[in-house]
Design a protein around this ligand. Structure first.
Ligand code: ZN
Length: 459
């Protein structure tokens, strides 16, 4: 086990590696389909034993339809004075992500409804998408838009939509148990660093850290998907296999700005990951109850048909950072130290989950309360030496809480918080209950599946 100082030092070294990876991924024009996501997954595959899964265009997924592949090649506008505006080659945010093609001459009046800008942030190019409704458009700064003069404009977008596949990446690190922790992040955003290359590089670095460990209880499943449609495809493909094995999960989004951490609880609100996050996040950080109206793929994992124990971790909450979804979200705004600190925080949460598992128990017969007198535990006066009568009652009360929450999901720490008891007493009681065979430790009672660290068989 690394000391806190060693962990901080190592995380900062990894910050530089993450930043280098982020710089490499930054120029790629990603979308929910097309060559950008494939190229991104190919780069991630250099470090990660990644399975690239394809889902054919046109497939239906819980009422959604997988869109065609989008292949953007060139886009720009030539003004009446011959000047080039909104060139895709200069910045891929200039083209509406998912835009259809056009090659036409038109007046400024005809062009303007197809130009998106941010009047409140006049120097920034907005990030605009149109995935599911055929539409063409450009994005530019409000200043550039205001400077367009009347006249004839030549508008060219060379992009095609064609049948192919949506792709996502999946990697598994096998632990002792086949119970899984899901780490999910999205790879569909074009050239923006915080949203969401920060999440991508932190997830990739976490994979490298965990791959080097041989003491993991849980199996870790990493997903790199196009947001929404990609996570829905994964949920559909794994509905009866991995999905029921997920014990905790984290969606990683916007981990590169210098704001405090924000954790959004799972829809359940009291899942193990929610309890661990509430214990391990700092005083400056914010915990939110689940809400479905913004965020990322936790909205799919926490839809009512799945209701998975998956929370979302970001620095500044997505949408509240001033450069969110704009050309201001640059590599230069994200320091390696911030990425290192985000990685460290995610690793602390993972260690919290592993530590909780190590002090979690399972009832050998969970149906009903056990017949305590059979084990000499009901009227036993000497459960604890030198106790007063009321302490005795309290001690038995804690035992009843432990017997009730020995469900493989609540750690002794959780039980202490829930019952108002103290951890040391609960450890002592757990020892007594284990000795008489009423409970077994989760870690011991789980069959060891072993296997290689990178286990592609378990999918
Ligand atoms: Zn976004």
């Amino acid at each position: 086990m690394l000391s806190v100082n060693d962990r901080t030092k190592r995380a900062s070294g990894m910050g530089a590696e993450m930043h280098a990876m982020l710089r490499r991924l930054f120029p790629i024009c990603r979308s929910i389909t097309g060559p950008g996501t494939r190229e991104t997954l190919a780069i991630l595959s250099e470090d990660i034993d990644l399975d690239v899964v394809e889902v054919a265009s046109g497939e239906t997924v819980f009422g959604w339809t997988v869109p065609q592949e989008w292949h953007p090649r060139r886009a720009d506008i030539t003004g009446p004075d011959g000047r080039i505006h909104a060139s895709f080659a200069d910045n891929n945010l200039h083209l509406v992500n998912g835009s259809t093609a056009i090659d036409a001459k038109m007046s400024l009046e005809e062009l303007l409804p197809h130009i998106y800008s941010l009047p409140e942030q006049p120097d920034l190019i907005p990030y605009v998408t149109s995935y599911y409704h055929p539409h063409w458009g450009f994005c530019m700064s409000e200043r550039e838009k205001q400077a367009l003069t009347p006249g004839t404009y030549e508008v060219r977008i060379d992009a095609t939509h064609s049948d192919g596949a949506l792709v996502y990446g999946e990697a598994v690190l096998a632990g002792r148990s086949d119970q899984e922790i899901l780490i999910s992040t999205y790879i569909c955003h074009p050239s923006m660093a915080n949203d969401n290359l920060s999440g991508v590089v932190v997830a990739a670095a976490l994979y490298r850290l965990l791959a080097a460990r041989d003491d993991l209880f849980y199996t870790y499943r990493f997903l790199f998907t196009p947001e929404t449609i990609g996570s829905l495809c994964w949920l559909k493909n794994n509905e009866t296999t991995s999905v029921p094995r997920i014990r905790s999960g984290l969606v990683l989004s916007c981990l590169g700005d210098d704001g405090p951490f924000n954790y959004k609880r799972s829809r359940r609100g009291d899942a193990q990951i929610d309890r661990v996050a509430s214990r391990l996040l700092g005083d400056d950080d914010t915990l939110h109850d689940f809400f479905p109206n913004s965020g990322s793929d936790e909205r799919q994992f926490c839809s009512p048909g799945f209701d998975l124990p998956v929370g979302m971790l970001s620095r500044t909450y997505p949408g509240q950072w001033p450069y969110y979804h704009t050309s201001g979200d640059t590599v230069e705004r994200l320091g390696p130290d911030i990425l290192g600190c985000s990685l460290e925080r995610v690793e602390i949460l993972i260690s919290g989950l592993e530590a909780a598992a190590a002090e979690t128990y399972v009832r050998t017969e969970p149906r009903g309360e056990p017949m305590l007198s059979k084990y000499d535990l009901y009227h036993r006066q000497n459960l604890r030496r030198n106790t007063e009568a009321d302490t005795e009652r309290d001690y038995r009360g804690q035992m009843m809480w432990l017997l009730n929450l020995a469900d493989g999901d609540h750690s002794l720490q959780d039980i202490a918080e829930r019952s108002g008891g103290d951890l040391e007493s609960l450890r002592e009681i757990a020892g007594i209950l284990e000795k008489v065979g009423l409970i077994t430790p989760l870690v011991q009672s789980t069959p060891i599946t072993g296997g290689p660290q990178t286990d592609n068989d378990r999918k």
